[in-house]
Design a protein around this ligand. Structure first.
Ligand code: G6P
Length: 613
């Protein structure tokens, strides 16, 4: 949550910072601000609302400066308002932008107030600004001042700081929230993610937990860990800058839905041999380690959690491996019994979700595991260099490319592909008939998804039946139950229609009471062993006058009738059906949201990367 961008250059940086904020807006969009420093004078502009509101202000009064910091906010301490928007200043000399939460800000604030400091905002960040101001007055060294203040604060942060008396320096730090350094030619940058900076560079240093960085004219980029200079590798970003623009599409979400065939092909590339999955894709030593796995614990949040739920069906049925799946925010606070030889798997698009990261740290801490502990940790993640991948023993990168729409689409289906690769790798029956058939089916998946995308027109038409509704019910069975959950989540997130999902067999145990003509019921019905059972559940809905919308395999004999609309989905191997059936549900929520006129890419109250608890 919250996006940071900072630049130290020899040219005016307003345009770079503004473009960076636009690209980071998915991280938070309730207010935005920018400060620049020129000839020892700090100037600032802030606006409540989206980055466009800040842009309007900058059009009226541009900022001129070759060093600056900027921020887009997702409120935690203090309501969204111009006064609470970052950058925060102290003494007219310090400017700071911050992502995260300072947990001990209250005692620090009381201490400063007792000393005569008057606060302008309700934020925890302003406390840090004042502490740095005081520390700088003593040392006249911005790096030392920031380091001494970091030693006093608890919580999670990424921050960037400037001081009017250190006119060619920016100091940044990360602990618990992401921050990358962009290495340019004669100019350097900081940002919450690479995407913000692809406009100016493709070379990045991913800061590690606890790192402090100083950008300066004299020394370029200097990184410090535990107060000592540290070396960090420079990575070249290879996806190009196309991800940052919507291209011909009206929304990023629609673009990302349509990218699924190609990013799934990219996620499979180099990971399949003729008849089996190459276990080495998971890292050095993965094959030997996988042979020892007897149990799997999967942890994730949001959409990623739904991917984990699908994987449980696969791992138990195809690999015979007992699997549990849990949301990270629950797992991290309970006593966990870890059976011998359990693999701990985290799923996360961003690799920075606070609860998932905390769950990983809990899983690897002695207190969670007693003497035994997990066999190993594996992260399935979409962001190279993210905290989750760095802190896990093994990782598999999905190749979804940057995902900008807050509602996750291509990240989810690439996670499912990665989880199928994991399932096949854990079966221990390399290249047998079943694996060979599934490897074949995986290869055909991108083409099948292209066909599924052709349902766009009919789905757009269908969506009209939803625009006036206030509630919707999604049904599925087996691996399609998590897909129904994901379909309901998408509809909630972007159209604000209250949607719930049930395993269809549970309908009669409660939710059937809700079914009437005002409650559309959406069912996913591939041609699998549960089809006949699902059909009976659908009859239960029809008998109560409910309006049914069924996404069914083309071979399923279901004829449209009053209150029953059927959309055919291309025939697919039953194991890969959850991936294919996700697409029509994504398209449905997209078109309903467009009809309702909501902010599809940046739905209210949400943020893409939830880096606070
Ligand atoms: C946020 C996003 C969701 C996402 C979840 C987990 O809530 O809005 O779309 O599924 O975080 O994110 P992760 O990056 O860990 O997959």
């Amino acid at each position: 949550m919250c996006g940071i961008v900072a630049a130290l250059a020899a040219r005016n940086v307003q345009g770079i910072l503004l473009e960076g904020l636009k690209r980071l807006e998915y991280r938070g969009y309730d207010s935005a601000g920018m400060a620049v420093l020129e000839n020892g004078v700090l100037e600032r502009q802030r606006a409540n609302g989206k980055v466009a509101a800040l842009e309007e202000k900058l059009d009226q009064h541009a900022l001129e400066g070759s060093i600056g910091i900027a921020h887009t906010r997702w409120a935690t301490h203090g309501k969204p308002s111009e006064v609470n928007a970052h950058p925060h200043l102290a003494g007219g000399r310090v400017a700071i932008v911050h992502n995260g939460i300072i947990e001990n800000f209250e005692p620090l604030k009381r201490e400063l107030e007792a000393d005569g400091v008057v606060f302008e905002s309700e934020t925890d960040t302003e406390v840090v600004a004042h502490l740095i101001d005081r520390a700088f007055a003593a040392s006249h060294d911005l790096l030392a001042a920031v380091q001494s203040v970091l030693a006093r604060i608890d919580g999670a942060y990424a921050l960037a700081v400037m001081h009017a008396d250190a006119p060619r320096e920016i100091v940044g730090a990360r602990k618990g929230s992401p921050l990358v350094v962009g290495a340019g030619i004669g100019e350097n940058f900081l940002a919450s993610d690479t995407l913000a900076l692809l406009q100016v560079t493709d070379r990045f240093v991913y800061l590690q937990e606890g790192d402090v960085v100083r950008l300066s004219d004299a020394q370029g980029i200097e990184i410090f860990a535990g107060g000592e200079p540290a070396e960090r590798e420079v990575h070249t970003f290879e996806h190009g800058d196309g991800a940052a623009s919507r291209g011909e599409y009206r929304h990023f979400m629609l673009k990302e839905i349509h990218e699924q065939p190609s990013v799934i092909a990219a996620t499979l590339a180099g990971r399949l041999s003729g008849s089996h999955v190459l276990e080495s894709s998971f890292g050095v030593g993965a094959r030997a380690l996988f042979e020892r796995v007897r149990q799997v614990h999967i942890i994730a949040c949001g959409t990623s959690y739904h991917a984990g739920m699908v994987a449980r069906y696969w791992l138990e049925k195809l690999a015979g491996i007992p699997t549990t799946v849990e949301v990270a925010s629950e797992y991290r606070y309970r006593e966990v019994v870890v059976p011998e030889d359990t693999l701990f798997v985290t799923l996360s698009q961003s690799g920075e979700t606070a609860d998932t990261l905390a769950a990983l740290r809990y899983a690897t801490s002695r207190e969670a595991n007693g003497a035994r502990g997990y066999l190993a940790t594996l992260a399935i993640c979409n962001v190279p260099g993210s905290s989750l991948t760095r802190e896990s023993d093994l990782s598999l990168m999905t190749q979804a490319g940057p995902e900008i729409g807050v509602a996750s689409t291509k990240a989810f289906t690439t996670q499912l592909v990665a989880l199928m690769l994991l399932t096949l790798s854990l079966r221990g029956t390399r290249g047998d008939e079943r694996e060979t058939a599934l490897v074949q089916a995986l290869r055909g998946l991108p083409a099948l998804l292209e066909q599924a995308l052709e349902m766009d027109g009919p789905i757009a038409e269908l969506s009209e039946a939803f625009a006036e509704k206030h509630h919707a019910l999604f049904l599925g069975r087996g691996t399609q139950f998590p897909i129904a959950l994901e379909g309901a989540l998408k509809l909630k997130e972007i159209s604000y229609i209250h949607a719930e999902a049930y395993p269809a067999g549970e309908l009669k145990h409660g939710p059937l009471a809700l079914v009437d003509a005002d409650m559309p019921v959406i069912a996913v019905a591939p041609n699998d062993e549960l089809l006949e059972k699902l059909k009976s559940n659908l009859q239960e809905v029809r008998a109560r006058g409910g309006e049914l919308f069924v996404f069914a395999d083309e071979s399923v004999a279901l004829t449209a009738a009053d209150n029953l609309r059927v959309l055919h989905v291309p025939a697919v191997d039953e194991y890969l059906a959850p991936i294919v059936y996700t697409l029509p549900l994504q398209l449905l929520s997209y078109h309903v949201a467009v009809l309702k006129g909501t902010d599809v890419d940046q739905p209210r109250n949400l943020a893409k990367s939830v880096t606070v608890e």
